[in-house]
Design a protein around this ligand. Structure first.
Ligand code: NI
Length: 141
């Protein structure tokens, strides 16, 4: 673990009261871990948000769709083959008679992974699709 660095900050009383309420709701046991998590979130977000980012990222695309739509299935498969270099694995669950859940674990340059997420999300018939953006963990402690 990296050496701990301590610093003091000035903050309006109302703001710290709201923050303390937030960290209780989020089950943190102290402010330090909550603040560390907020910093990490911002750093991960920066890697993803930079336009045309070449940062190496990891994520998961979670999608729900009706498997009776054959064109959708063909397109979903085609897109995944186009982007096979950005896909680590995928898992499929049959939710009920009609609906399927697919989780695709993705990695690569943020711009490529985002493009893959956008292509899947925009397929006609996908009921919901979300790219969860996280980090390789290499640059975070
Ligand atoms: Ni299914």
């Amino acid at each position: 673990m990296s050496e701990l660095y301590r610093f003091g900050i000035s903050i309006p009383k109302d703001l710290i009261e709201s923050f303390d309420q937030y960290i209780r709701e989020k089950q943190y046991t102290n402010r330090s871990e909550a603040i560390r998590d907020l910093i990490r979130e911002k750093l991960v977000k920066r890697d993803w948000d930079e336009l045309g980012s070449d940062k190496e990222v990891v994520g998961a695309i979670v999608s729900v769709y009706d498997h009776h739509k054959r064109e959708l299935l063909a397109l979903l498969t085609e897109i995944q083959h186009e982007h096979y270099q950005n896909i680590i694995s995928s898992q499929h669950a049959h939710l009920d008679h009609d609906n399927c859940l697919e989780v695709i674990i993705v990695k690569g340059k943020a711009k490529d992974v985002r493009l893959l997420g956008d292509k899947i999300k925009s397929i006609k018939g996908i009921k919901h699709s979300q790219l969860t953006m996280t980090t390789t963990g290499k640059d975070l402690v």
